[in-house]
Structures are given as C-alpha cells and as structure tokens.
Design a protein around this ligand. Structure first.
Ligand code: PBG
Length: 327
C-alpha cells in the first residue's frame, strides 16, 4: 500500500484550492516586527544607501511612518537610535530624553495599537562602536550590565512594551529583569538576542546605525558562526534569566539553528532576525537586476524562516510583505 502508483503526491498539488488547504505554514503580518532607525540630528535623516528602501527618520517623520505602518496592519516596531553625540561609555543612549526613549514616547502618543520594542545596546552610542564598556581594549561584561539595565528602564518608562538587548553580554537578561522590576516595571517584557552570531551579514546595518567597531571585531561576545550546540546553551541561559521572547540572528543562513532552538524550547516564543545583509542582497539581486522576482523571493524566504520554527520575524521587508499578503 506504500508508494507509487497508489501514492501520488501530486494529487495534493493539483489546484490552487487544494494547495491552499494543505499548506502547512502561513505568513501573517501579525508576526512581523519592523525595525526603525531614529536620528537625533535632523540633518542625518534620509535614505540608507546600503539598504535601498530603508530610511533614517527624524522624530517628526514618525507621524507619517506610523500611519503607514498601521494602515498596512503591522503590529510591532523595533526602535534603533542614532544619537547626536557618542562617548566612551555610551551615555548618550541612556536617559528619558535620549533618542530611543523619545521615539518610544512619540509612537505611544500616536497609537496604542503598536507593540513598541526598543533596542538596548551600547554600540550605537559608544565612540568606539563596541557593544560594551571598554577597559584596556577588552569589552567589560559586568560593568556593561549596569548601563544596559539603566537604558532598559529609561526606554520602558518612555513607553516601550519590550526591551530588546542585542549586545550578547553574559547576564544581560537577568540584570535588565532586575532593573525593570526594581523600577516597578514588571510588565515590560524582554525580547533577548539570545543567539546572535558574529555575522558579516550585519554590514549594511552598521552603516545605518553608524555602529562599526573602531578597533577589533565582535567575536569576543557574539557567537562563532560554526556553532550550534552553543546556541542551545545561550537560549537556555536567557530563558532561565527571564527572557519572554528569545531570538536567533541572522535568519536565513541560520535556519538550522532556528529549527534546533525551536525543537529544544517549544514553550518559548522564538523570533528570527532577517538582517540587513539578507535584505540588501535580495533587493539588489532581485529588484536591481531583474534576476529574481523580488516579491516571490521575499515571501519564500519569510515562509522558510517561519517553517524552520520562528514565531516572530524581524524584517526590513515587513511593510512590503504586509502589503503583498493583503492582496
Ligand atoms: C547592535 C545590532 C546589530 C544588529 C542589530 N543590533 C549589529 C551588530 O551587532 O553589529 C544587526 C541588524 C542587521 O544587520 O539588520 N548590537
């Protein structure tokens, strides 16, 4: 009874209706998170040349952008900030009057229908571009934790529903959880970049966020792309420390990791970040040269990320994809 000619797989592919009925993975704009870059200095606003279709926004630009985002039915934004000034400790990222906090307040003032997530990392605010405090050329873990907790409290007070620590410091989730709870912010969630690789696919983002390290690289804190068992340890730690959502990043080159983490921790919401390099490659090869159909490859790649096990997808294609899914 097994095998051809009794079994014909093509029967379930015969018509669009049958294919739709048996489809296992369905994309929904409910699950997309759209990253936004907010600049403190108005003269720095404008298109990001390495990421066609992505712009850096001034606070005032948010009104229109949020209107578009809501009209497309998106549910969530992830805020990154570019301060007017940087210093050695990243102090310009931290405080109620700082750019991401201001942006969170602005978005919340415009709508209560969007989940506001705020990036928590020092690299956009440090003059050396590293994700932590530097002592004699070394990124100091525990000193950085205090700054991350402070930044989280500021963003949460300003209106962020979730803080998203992206710096891969050990203990960052527990330090932030404690900081939030002590400040009476126990309802603020943590989406942790639990499994973040030292990836070359972040190149275009570093232009957008102006966060390229001035010396060295991020390999003493971000993960080696060759490892996957280590990813399970990272995920376990962040869950134990109190992460509400964990993330794997990048997405498409790491689908095996998404899958392994999903299988190992079925009870935890899992996000995957389709990063700037993934975005720019697709745009460039697809749209610019006509070698691929942009819409089809974007939908296919997002579907693959979800099929691998991600519940949430952070993607620069969120607006495009939301529009396409409505047609
Ligand atoms: C900063 C941060 C990075 C990204 C998100 N947060 C860059 C990095 O670690 O160098 C990458 C996002 C992207 O490439 O789209 N900690």
């Amino acid at each position: 009874m097994s095998g051809f000619p009794i079994r014909r797989m093509r029967r379930l592919r015969r018509t669009p209706a049958i294919r739709a009925m048996r489809r296992e993975t369905r994309l929904a704009s409910d699950n997309f998170i759209y990253p936004l870059f907010i600049v403190e200095r108005g003269d720095l606003a404008g298109p990001v040349s390495s990421m066609p279709g992505v712009s850096q926004l001034k606070l005032d630009d948010l009104d229109r952008e949020i209107e578009n985002i809501l009209a497309l039915g998106l549910r969530s934004v992830l805020l990154f900030g570019l301060p007017a000034k940087k210093d050695a400790t990243g102090s310009t990222g931290c405080g109620d009057d700082k750019i991401v906090s201001q942006a969170a307040t602005r978005v919340k003032g415009l709508t209560d229908r969007l989940v506001v997530m705020a990036d928590v990392c020092l690299c956009e605010y440090t003059d050396h571009g590293h994700c932590g405090i530097v002592r004699e050329g070394v990124i100091h873990n525990d000193e950085t934790l205090k700054e991350l907790a402070k930044m989280s409290v500021a963003h949460a007070r300003a209106g962020a529903d979730f803080v998203a620590p992206s710096g891969m410091m050990d203990g960052m989730v527990s330090a932030i959880r404690r900081g939030l709870d002590e400040a009476g912010l126990s309802d603020t969630g943590i989406m942790s970049y639990a499994v973040k690789y030292a990836s070359s696919f972040y190149g275009p983002f570093r232009e957008a966020a102006d966060s390229k390290p001035a010396f060295g690289d991020r390999r003493s804190y971000q993960m080696d792309p060759a490892n996957v068992r280590e990813a399970l340890a990272e995920a376990q730690l962040d869950i134990d420390e109190g992460a509400d959502i964990i993330m794997v990043k990048p997405a498409l080159p790491y689908l095996d990791v998404v899958h392994r983490v999903r299988d190992a921790f079925p009870q935890v919401p899992l996000a995957a970040y389709q990063v700037s390099g993934e975005y720019s490659m697709m745009i460039k090869a697809a749209a610019a040269n006509g070698w691929l159909n942009e819409r089809d490859v974007v939908i296919e790649s997002l579907t693959s990320i979800k099929r691998a096990g991600a519940d949430l997808i952070i993607t620069y294609f969120a607006k495009d994809a939301a529009g396409w899914l409505r047609e």
